[in-house]
Design a protein. Structure first.
Length: 500
């Protein structure tokens, strides 16, 4: 695979074009973090408001990943990703033009939709690569795409400083943020006209039913309902945070109204889930053993994604300000140091997928990596101003490696659960990464960095324990093709043409 990776031909070209699409969505998604303190000073924001904007940045990604997952399974990754990239210009320009806290809240909530792009590429890569290479391919897609967070934290401050002459000598954060959206929109057009959903001759499989995930047992149905409630809870938590003192984006009445709307959304989700799975629930349908899967395995992968990607979201969002305040650094320098965390995505997330492929057990790869996440964050708990900065960087990079490798290992498993529902399953798992980010950043907004690191470390160790005892090796983890497909259908075609 490594040889083909640098050929930029056939399925590897699709992989490169798709990780770059993900890269751009991440640059957009994290274009606020390196300027958080600067924007706070210019727009006179309270520290609590800046932290709340970090939560807003993640919030709508939770429902968006579920919705995008359903649209993806129905319309295919080419159309879905292209439209999402073009939409990115809207929240980027809205952020760049914001003049107060309320405008920033709205723009960052909209930006959360862009953060759902990750799910789309999971399905695209799954269509082009066989199970035995799934960890490596998904790791490269996710890792090199996640590198966009580094691009945002490292490059955007330099662009802002280099163009400061256009802003009267001040950091030109508005131009830097606006550029990210414009570039993403242009690439959306390019992506639409240069990729196709599947190799030539291979049929794009769609779920037989739309609107909710189809499960294969009554027990799995109730587990799915509980999973849906968890995501609604995270949105309710955000509404509560927006009502608190020093924030006041919502008043008490508005918060209760949001809660009522969320309850209605949960009721609607449950109704749609019932409709999709009605025949199963009333006993009219029984799935053959070969078609069954356990939603408990999806739920466990949701937990792993809380502890790895959820913690990564929280860390990337708070580390620039953490280094700036802890060591008294300029925001540009602090942003560059904090960028060492997402920088590792270039190798760490792919390595998680590669290890998952080569180790011979996706279950034990996930267990060991989760334990490493726990150890890393518990060490980060002790970072303070008396530490040498290189040592603080080394500890955060240690935690970063395992968190990002865990993401690669998680999505080395996700596409192997049920092929035709990969979009919805990936959406559920991905949404729980954002659930983790919202919960972790809420804890951070109410406490401090050391408490956040401790919480993330303990959660990861609990996750490692659960993976060791309850995670099961997916069927056909290391096969040359998906069940029901010949290996020929996964071979690269001689020529790729854009499909209209």
């Amino acid at each position: 695979m490594l040889k083909g990776l640098f050929s930029f031909r056939d399925r590897y070209r699709i992989l490169h074009q798709t990780w770059f699409a993900f890269f751009l969505t991440f640059v957009c998604w994290f274009n606020f973090a390196p300027f958080a303190t600067t924007i706070g000073k210019q727009l006179h924001l309270a520290p609590e408001q800046i932290k709340t904007l970090g939560i807003c940045n993640l919030a709508l990604t939770i429902p968006a990943r579920l919705i995008i997952g359903m649209l993806l399974d129905r319309f295919g990754p080419r159309k879905t990703y292209s439209i999402l990239l073009m939409f990115a210009a809207v929240p980027c320009l809205a952020t760049a033009l914001s003049q107060d806290f309320n405008q920033l809240v709205i723009s960052r909530l909209l930006m959360g939709i862009v953060g759902s792009g990750f799910v789309v590429g999971i399905r695209m890569v799954a269509e082009w690569f066989p199970p035995k290479e799934m960890g490596s391919a998904q790791g490269i897609y996710g890792g090199w795409g996640n590198f966009g967070a580094f691009g945002a934290e490292f490059a955007l401050p330099m662009i802002a400083v280099a163009t400061s002459f256009l802003a009267g000598g001040a950091s030109n954060w508005r131009l830097a943020i606006a550029l990210t959206g414009i570039i993403a929109a242009i690439y959306g057009v390019i992506y639409y006209n240069s990729v196709q959903d599947t190799p030539t001759g291979k049929v794009y499989k769609k779920p037989k039913k739309n609107g909710a995930l189809e499960v294969t047992s009554i027990k799995s149905f109730w587990a799915m309902i509980l999973s849906n409630f968890g995501l609604i809870f995270a949105l309710g938590l955000l509404a509560w945070r927006l009502e608190q003192k020093n924030i006041h984006f919502l008043n008490l009445t508005q918060m209760y109204l949001v809660w009522v709307l969320l309850a209605g959304l949960f009721a609607y989700q449950t109704y749609k889930a019932y409709q999709v799975n009605k025949e199963l629930l009333i006993g009219k349908k029984t799935y053959p053993l070969a078609q069954r899967y356990q939603f408990s395995q999806v739920a466990l992968l949701e937990f792993t994604y809380i502890t790895n990607f959820g913690s990564e979201l929280a860390a990337v969002s708070m580390l620039p300000a953490f280094f700036e305040k802890t060591f008294g650094l300029e925001h540009v320098v602090a942003g560059m140091i904090a960028a060492t965390y997402p920088f590792l995505n270039l190798i760490s997330r792919p390595s998680g997928g590669v290890i998952s492929d080569k180790f011979g057990s996706r279950k034990w790869t996930m267990t060991i990596v989760s334990a490493g996440i726990g150890v890393g964050y518990l060490m980060a708990h002790f970072i303070n101003s008396s530490w040498p900065i290189p040592l603080a960087i080394a500890v955060t990079m240690f935690a970063a490696y395992f968190a990002q490798a865990g993401c690669g290992a998680t999505y080395g498993i996700v596409p192997l659960i049920k092929k035709e529902a990969t979009g919805q399953i990936a959406g559920n798992v991905g949404a729980y990464g954002n659930f983790g980010g919202v919960v972790y950043l809420t804890i951070f907004s109410l406490t401090d960095a050391s408490t956040l690191f401790t919480t993330m470390g303990v959660a990861a160790l609990i996750c490692a324990f659960m993976c060791g005892f309850f995670l099961k090796e997916p069927k056909g983890s290391f096969a040359g093709a998906y069940e029901g497909e010949s290996s020929e259908t996964t071979a690269p075609p001689p020529r790729i043409l854009a499909e209209e």
